[in-house]
Design a protein around this ligand. Structure first.
Ligand code: PLP
Length: 431
């Protein structure tokens, strides 16, 4: 590990006096009003006006018939997968998942929360490689996956870092194969694909309101669908699946997944500021784009007809500007070379000056928990390959992006002067 504060490239720089976060909550005061209201009226439970209002406002803002507030995006994903599993394969036997004996195609470059629900429901995730234009699921690899596994009827897809996937194209492929889509829009609240919001393309879609998202409740998630029966079922499952009886009657598996009215109060106070947060994130992205234009790097790309929410600005080092970097399972080695750098060096330099960056999501097919699952690229099927990437030599798109990419500090509250210092630090890494 380099001692950046002693390194002559950085010697004249002072660290940020307080930490510059990757993406922290931005509160406005209204949140407290709705939380206080819940406490004053004693709706301190998983029922109440804040939940009702947040569900109504989210459905209307996004343009979906039904929205159900849940305890987390992960809970929403679990119930979304379960709804689709039951619709496709019927009610499971007691103690069994809805996907047992079935496969589902899943985004590969994503947070594991996207894909874990397939396992919760007893299914096998088949990972589909990533495309370079959006860093999301590659429609050509998805076509290949349907060639290899024609029986699959469920696709679980994420829009990463607030950038819409080629979701229109993917929807058409899924329709042709009579497959359902679970759309993980946890990171892409308010982003649009060809003028239409993410969160409206899935048979079931979800948002996350966890602490680092565009809009937060400290935690929380939302499930969206146009099927009122599915919304009712979600409400029932998320409150322990009680039947309409005078006692606690249970005829199917239940969960304690409902959103709290206190959490909903925070989300309710945040929603009016969602567009403002997105505009701040966009300004951050544009300042990075201008400030890093002279370096051998690029930012996370998006399609010309799309408008991301710019949740995180990410940087990709050009292949021929990668200094040597090797990642093992839990640690990394790197070496500096003049005119070159690597994500590990940049992240360590940022940390040395009290700024938080993050590696890109590590692809699922390289994760120890999932590396024996099938993985499909445009070239065909393969199991996970070597986990040791030498600069730029990665075998598939997801692994290549992971090797060369990182998330830059993208906090709404970062000032242009603070961001100029981040840009300066990145420049010094390439000296
Ligand atoms: C892509 C993605 N999917 C799912 C989740 C899970 O959401 P939550 O943290 O609200 O459970 C997150 C964020 O945390 C995410 O980034």
């Amino acid at each position: 590990m380099t001692d950046f504060r002693q390194d002559p490239r950085f010697a004249d720089l002072a660290p940020f006096p307080s930490k510059l976060w990757l993406s922290s909550p931005t509160m406005h005061g209204k949140e407290l009003h709705w939380v206080e209201e819940a406490i004053r009226t004693n709706w301190v439970t998983t029922l109440g006006e804040n939940i009702n209002e947040v569900e109504r406002a989210t459905a209307s803002l996004v343009g979906r018939k039904c929205a159900v507030g849940l305890s987390a995006g992960t809970a929403a994903l679990h119930l979304a997968v379960k709804l689709c599993g039951e619709a496709l394969y019927g009610q499971p036997r007691a103690g069994h998942g809805t996907l047992e004996g079935h496969r589902a195609f899943c985004s590969d470059l994503t947070f594991d929360a996207t894909v874990n629900p397939v396992s919760y429901e007893g299914g096998e995730a088949v990972f589909v490689d990533t495309e370079r234009d959006t860093w999301n699921m590659d429609p050509a690899a998805l076509e290949k996956a349907f060639d290899l596994y024609p029986d699959v009827r469920l696709v679980v897809l994420a829009h990463l870092y607030g950038t819409p996937a080629r979701i229109g194209e993917i929807r058409a492929i899924c329709d042709a194969h009579r497959a359902l889509i679970v759309e993980d829009a946890a990171e892409s609240f308010l982003a649009t694909h060809q003028g239409r919001q993410t969160g409206t393309f899935g048979d079931v879609s979800i948002f996350s309101f966890n602490g680092n998202k565009l809009v937060t409740g400290s935690s929380g998630g939302m499930l969206l669908t146009d099927n009122p029966e599915w919304a009712d079922k979600t409400r029932k499952w998320s409150t322990q699946s009680r039947e309409a009886a005078p006692w606690y009657q249970h005829e199917e598996l239940g969960y304690n997944y409902r959103m709290s009215n206190i959490v909903a109060g925070v989300v309710r106070g945040q929603l009016p500021y969602a567009a403002e947060h997105r505009d701040q994130k966009k300004a951050i992205y544009e300042r990075y784009k201008a400030g890093l234009a002279d370096l051998p790097v690029s930012l996370n790309p998006f399609l010309p007809d799309d408008e991301p929410n710019f949740w995180l600005s990410c940087l990709l080092v050009d292949t021929d500007a990668m200094a040597p970097q090797v990642r093992g399972e839990r640690d990394a080695l790197y070496r500096h070379e003049p005119g070159k750098s690597s994500p590990t060096e940049i992240l360590e330099a940022l940390a040395a000056f009290n700024a938080e960056g993050r590696p890109l999501w590590k692809p699922m097919h390289l994760q120890p928990i999932y590396r024996m699952n099938p993985f499909v690229t445009t070239a065909g099927s393969g199991r996970a390959r070597s986990n040791a990437y030498i600069s730029g030599g990665a075998p598939d798109v997801g692994a290549d992006l992971f090797a060369r990419g990182l998330c830059l500090p993208s906090d709404n509250k970062m000032t242009p002067d603070q961001q100029a210092l981040i840009i300066d630090i990145v420049h010094r890494c390439f000296r």
